[in-house]
Every structure is written in C-alpha cells, then in structure tokens.
Design a protein around this ligand. Structure first.
Ligand code: SF4
Length: 60
C-alpha cells in the first residue's frame, strides 16, 4: 500500500502538506508529491484534500 496523488485532480492547494505529521508531502511544479520514505501511511492527507486527489493504492 502507498499514497497516490492524482495529478489530474491536484490543484496544489497544499492542504495535505499542512496535515502531514511526517513532512512527507511537498509541492513540485504546483502539484503535491509524496516522499514515500517518510510517509507512514496514517492516511491523514486523504480527507484533507479538498479535491479528492489523494488515496491509497495497492503496490503493484
Ligand atoms: S498518509 Fe500520513 S504520513 Fe503519508 S503523506 Fe499522508 S499525511 Fe503524510
């Protein structure tokens, strides 16, 4: 499992960055990006996104 940012939905609001307690999210070129080394999969960023752009996905 990992966090996936849907780049078609992300508007770069940065709301997810505010709630991430591990500093795992940042903006790159106006879109959210996840540092998977830091992410502990707590899921806090998922409901924080006003554009429904973040969700868990299974690792392939
Ligand atoms: S799941 Fe938690 S640790 Fe991972 S990016 Fe989202 S808020 Fe940060």
């Amino acid at each position: 499992m990992r966090i996936l940012i849907n780049l078609k939905k992300c508007r770069g609001s940065g709301e997810c960055i505010k709630v991430c307690p591990h500093g795992a999210l940042h903006l790159i070129d106006g879109r959210a990006a996840v540092d998977h080394q830091r992410c502990d999969l707590d899921g806090l960023c998922i409901p924080a996104c006003p554009h429904d752009a973040i969700d868990f996905v299974e690792e392939s």
